[in-house]
Write a protein that binds this ligand. Structure first.
Ligand code: FMN
Length: 407
């Protein structure tokens, strides 16, 4: 079958996306006061109701100790979903995103050791194992067994909140070095209890989180609620090997044999990237192990209609990140056959039109920011300075950050 970006896609539980474009989850740095949605957040998402068939709202932390990470000021924070009080703002986002008939999902996360803004706030930061990571400027504590059980419950409670807020689905964040990946990584997870050791034991936390999430969905969500999982396909940083692509393919085979995922989302810096020495892309490798009914999403450097079409050669759906920051009508322009009208460069005018929140303007007007936005020179004068956390620069691209760069 010849896939088209404009195809309508029906997921196994019955939900339909109006096209094959997905807006990738992206931290907007727009929350305040312990992860609460602001008007900036709502304006940004309201402007993106036509950016894709499915918009995945940025990662929200499910436990009090699960974030914030990557924030850079009290009024420029990551969003939380760890109390009922967070629901009012999140429900407004869901409503704003759905107003033109597209789907709104929210990404659920626990940052574990990467809760760097939490550390700056003076709170304890937790990880599967505590040791000298070499690239953190704060200490972490190892999670106790009862903390782990609590976090699994928190993923369930957060899923219930997402359902009650009116989201069409959730994506569980198993990528980009956050807690789920930290448990799966043999480098990060040095436990010798039931949560660590062999690959099967390192998978256990992820499997138990998913069991809880699927139970909550079965009990409380509409039948067509979408459930996806995001993974970084490998964790290889020189001599530090957390897991290989073969390991993550096995994890995905276990997860999809156990649970009815609507999709798996492979986090990549470049949509057609391949593991070293392989003649097949990560997308092709993951596609080959997925059950027929589970869709595959790839992401990474899709900046135009041409690259979106090319990326479809590697997956069922194509996620687009930075290009939707520049042009929030990326998906609708493709759907309407107006791909040539997609705005490809940021500019002071486009910052306003696309309702970029100050946190993102500051990030992308920094000449040191990588990955950058095309046209960034035109917004350097909007840079306010501030304490940018360098690690976001690498981590934003997916799994490829080099630990040596972060020392
Ligand atoms: C500003 C920014 C924030 C991001 N926040 C998240 C996030 O909340 N969750 C996540 O899984 N990935 C996050 N990412 C990674 C993106 O989802 C995406 O994988 C990456 O930007 C590559 O896609 P692109 O080349 O189309 O931008 C972020 C990336 C950027 C640039």
């Amino acid at each position: 079958m010849n896939k088209q970006l404009t195809d309508r896609i029906t997921f196994r539980h019955g939900a339909t996306s109006n096209n094959r474009i997905v807006q990738a989850p992206m931290l907007t740095n727009s929350g305040e006061g312990d992860g609460f949605v602001t008007q900036d957040t709502i304006d940004y998402y309201a402007a993106r109701s036509r950016s894709a068939g499915i918009v995945i709202v940025e990662y929200c932390y499910v436990s009090f100790a699960g974030g914030p990470s990557r924030s850079w000021a009290d009024d420029r924070q990551q969003l939380g979903i760890y109390t009922d009080g967070h629901m009012e703002g999140l429900a407004k986002i869901a409503r704003a995103l759905k107003k033109d008939g597209n789907k709104a999902l929210v990404q659920l996360a626990h940052a574990g050791r990467e809760s760097n803004f939490r550390a700056r706030q003076g709170h304890t930061v937790y990880a599967p194992s505590a040791f000298d990571f070499g690239f953190l400027d704060y200490e972490v504590e190892a999670l106790a067994d009862e903390d782990i059980e609590r976090i699994i419950q928190d993923f369930g409670t957060a899923t219930r909140r997402a359902i009650d807020c009116g989201f069409d689905g959730v994506e569980i964040h198993g990528a980009n070095h956050y807690l789920l990946q930290q448990f799966f990584s043999a480098w990060s997870n040095r436990r010798d209890d039931r949560w660590g050791g062999s690959a099967d034991r390192r998978m256990r936390f992820i499997v138990e989180v998913m069991r809880k999430v699927f139970d909550v969905i079965a009990e409380h969500a509409p039948d067509d609620f979408i459930i996806g999982y995001r993974i970084s396909p490998e964790e290889v940083h020189g001599d530090h090997v957390g897991y290989s692509c073969d390991d993550s393919l096995k994890l995905i085979q276990t997860l999809t044999a156990t649970f009815d995922f609507d999709y798996i989302h492979v986090s990549l810096p470049q949509y057609d990237a391949r593991p070293k020495g392989s003649d097949r892309s990560f997308g092709e490798l993951f596609g080959a192990v997925l059950p027929e009914q589970t869709k595959l999403i790839v992401v990474g450097n899709v900046m135009s209609e041409e690259s979106a079409r090319d990326a479809l050669g590697h997956a069922d759906l194509v996620a687009v990140g930075r290009a939707t920051l520049i042009d929030p009508e990326f998906g609708s322009k493709l759907s309407e056959g107006r791909g040539q009208d997609i705005v490809r460069e940021i500019s002071p005018e486009q910052v306003k039109k696309s309702r970029l929140p100050p946190g993102l303007v500051n990030l992308f007007s920094d000449p040191n920011m990588h990955p950058s936005l095309p046209g960034r020179e035109s917004i350097y004068h909007l840079h306010e300075g501030g304490s940018l956390d360098k690690s976001v620069l690498k981590d934003g691209t997916g799994s490829e950050y080099n630990l040596d760069d972060l020392k």
